[in-house]
Design a protein around this ligand. Sequence first.
Ligand code: ADP
Ligand code: MG
Length: 307
Amino acid sequence: MSDQAEKLRKMASSIRQQIEVEMINKPSRQTRVIVISSGKGGVGKSTLALNMSLVLGAYKQKVILMDADMGLANIDIMLGIVPEYTIQHVLQGRKRLKDIIIDGPSGVKIIPGGSGINELANLNDNELSRLIQELGKVDGEYDYMIIDTGAGISRNVVSFLLAADDVIIVTTAEPTSLTDAYGLVKTIIRQSFDGKIYLIVNKVTNSSEGIMVAEKFRIACNRFLETDLIPIGNVVDEPAVREGIMRQEAFTQMFPQSTATKNIVSIIDRLMTGYDQQNSNPGRPGGVKNFFRKLSSIFRDKDVGVG
Ligand SMILES: Nc1ncnc2c1ncn2[C@@H]1O[C@H](COP(=O)(O)OP(=O)(O)O)[C@@H](O)[C@H]1O
Ligand SMILES: [Mg+2]
C-alpha cells in the first residue's frame, strides 16, 4: 500500500516538473501582427499607428511599433526622437534587433525602419533567415506588433498586408481616398488575403459622417469583392492632432480629453475584443516569426502587387 502511494507521489512530482519546464519554455504571448495601410498618402496612417500603439500601451498591452514606410519613415520624428540605428543595421548584420529598439512613451517599443525596409525585398536566404530569427525573438514578449506602411499598391506594401493577421485600412471621406482604399482592398482580396480587414475613416467632420462613409464602403466591398470588411471606428479632424504633430508629441498623451483621443480609445476597445458583426472573437494571432516567414515567401512570389 505504501509502495503504491510512493509511486503516485513520484508520478505527481514528475508531472509537476514537466509542467514547470513547459511553462518556462513556452512563449507567454503570441503576438498579433496588425499592418496599417491606405490607398492614398497623407490620410493619417502614421498618426493613427502611433496613437493606437500608445493607447494599447496605456491598457498595459505590450506593444512593438514598426515603421515600415520606406519612403517617409516618420514615427521617430513624430516623437522627436533621432534613432541611432535602424532595421538596416540588423539586415546588414551590424546590430542585433534588441540594440535598435527604441523606448517610446507608455512602454511602447519602436523599431525604426528607414530605408532598410526597402532592402527587405532583396535579401538573400542567409539574410532573411537571420532577420526571421531575430524577429522571432520578440514573439513571446509582445501582445501586439503594429506595422505602419506606406500608401498604395506597390509590391512592398501589398506583401506586408498579405502576411498580416489583421489589416487596418485608413481612409478619409474624400472620394479620391476612398477609391484608392477600394483599389487596395481589391488587390489583396484578389491575392487571397485570409485575415481580417478593418476600416478606419479619419479626419471626419463628425461621427455620423464617418459611420455613413464606412457603411457605404463596407457595402461596396461586400457586393463587388464579396468581402466582409469591418468598420472599426472613425477619428475626427481636430486641431489637437495637428498640434501634437507640431510639438512632436502624441495627441493622445497631450490631449487625453480630446474627441480624437476618445475616438482612438473606442477603436482600441473594439480591436482588443475583436469587435465585428459576424464574429465576436479576435482572430488567432500568428506571431511575428510566422509573419516574416510569410512575408519572405510572398517577396519571392513575383506576381505580388502591381508595382
Ligand atoms: N484626425 C486628424 N485631425 C487633424 N489632422 C490630422 C488627423 N489625422 C492626421 N492628421 C494630419 O494629417 C497629416 C498626415 O498624417 P500622417 O499620419 O503623416 O499620414 P500618412 O502616414 O497616412 O501619410 C499630418 O499632418 C497630421 O497631422
Ligand atoms: Mg506615414
